[in-house]
Ligand binder design. Structure first.
Ligand SMILES: [Zn+2]
Ligand SMILES: [Zn+2]
Length: 337
């Protein structure tokens, strides 16, 4: 049997990436009848689907963000389990990006396409590591797909933060983190580096931290800033959304040092825009060497590149003998880089 043209059964539409023989969308940009969701970030998980399939963790995140989703029929699929949707066999493999993040593995007529969503390759104590799945077509993100993006060690970046705390014990370190994924990973990194004091949180970060704790991710002593009584926050570490570290909210702290944890802190202009005195490069996305390594590990003869800087990675893949092209999808504005 000759293999089908992969574009004949999985292709971009204005609503998102559509799988025709399964009659579902993967990470659609709008509400659809049936969706497979790779992970809980806002550019992938949206409210209002009639039916959604994802890992149980991702469904829990979606319920937390979208008022419980009573009108969405929710189907949890654990890593490694599979089921049929229409004619298509669907399974989910770990993506190493955030809690619950998965690659959607789709098989039809002897052909396997992997939609990896967002991923990274370095260890993250909040989720299982990315699992390379051999496939015929690999769809990869390209958020940091330029050779200049080589993320430093996250342990080293957290050490910088703790050195600054030791150097300025009278001041508050106000650390900007995205609420989903980055926040919990930074807390785990701080714990692993020996910071066992209470970590204070902007109120908007609390719900997802509690959700991670309910899923077995031990974050130690955390509390919202609003719970503080007679607390000076001197020498304290306070986590907040990046937008809060320079706004009115930050004025309550003692001479704060604003920091931001993001892959984008590698870009000087972005670091300056963020008002971070202490830019820390901690990313939940693969950097350039990880992207290239992943193309080797999955060994797909075809790669579709989306979600960022497609051209450089397409060029790189072609130089490795891979048939590569950009896949232009609607509705992608990266959350939580
Ligand atoms: Zn993401
Ligand atoms: Zn994304």
């Amino acid at each position: 049997m000759t293999a089908p043209d992969p574009r004949s059964w999985l292709y971009p539409t204005p609503r998102g990436l559509y799988c025709a023989p399964g009659d579902f969308y993967v990470d659609p940009a709008v509400a659809v009848p049936r969706a497979v969701i790779t992970h809980g970030h806002g550019d992938h998980a949206r409210p209002g689907h009639r039916a959604a399939l994802a890992t149980p963790e991702t469904l829990a995140i979606m319920r937390a963000r979208f008022q419980d989703m009573p009108d969405t029929r929710q189907q949890g699929l654990k890593y490694g389990e599979s089921l049929k949707m229409g004619e298509v066999e669907v399974s989910l493999a770990p993506a190493g990006h955030i809690l619950g993040s998965a690659q959607a593995v789709l098989e039809w007529q002897g052909q396997r396409i992997v939609v990896s969503g967002d991923y990274k390759r370095r260890p993250d104590p909040t989720c299982p590591p990315f699992e390379p799945v051999p496939c015929d077509v690999f769809i990869t993100e390209a958020t940091f797909a330029l050779p200049v993006f080589q993320h430093p060690s996250d342990i080293g970046e957290i050490a910088k933060l703790l050195r600054s705390v030791a150097t300025f014990p009278e001041r508050t370190h106000l650390v900007g983190v995205y609420a989903l994924g980055k926040c919990q990973r930074v807390i785990k990194l701080l714990r692993a580096a020996g910071w066992d004091q209470r970590i204070w949180l902007h109120g908007s970060l609390l719900a997802l931290c509690r959700l991670y704790q309910e899923h077995g991710v031990d974050l130690g002593d955390i509390a919202p800033v609003s719970d503080a009584i007679l607390e000076t926050f001197r020498g304290a570490i306070v986590l907040a959304p990046p937008s809060a570290i320079a706004d009115r909210w930050s004025r309550r702290f003692a001479d704060p040092i604003p920091a931001v944890c993001s892959g984008w802190m590698r870009v000087r202009a972005r670091a300056r825009q963020s008002n971070a005195e202490l830019p820390l490069i901690v990313s939940d996305h693969a950097d350039w060497p990880e992207l290239v390594q992943t193309l080797k590990d999955v060994g797909a003869p075809r790669v579709w590149v989306t979600h960022g800087r497609e051209e450089a990675l397409v060029h790189q893949a072609r130089s490795m003998g891979i048939e590569a092209e950009a896949l232009h999808l609607a509705g992608r504005e990266e959350e939580g880089a």
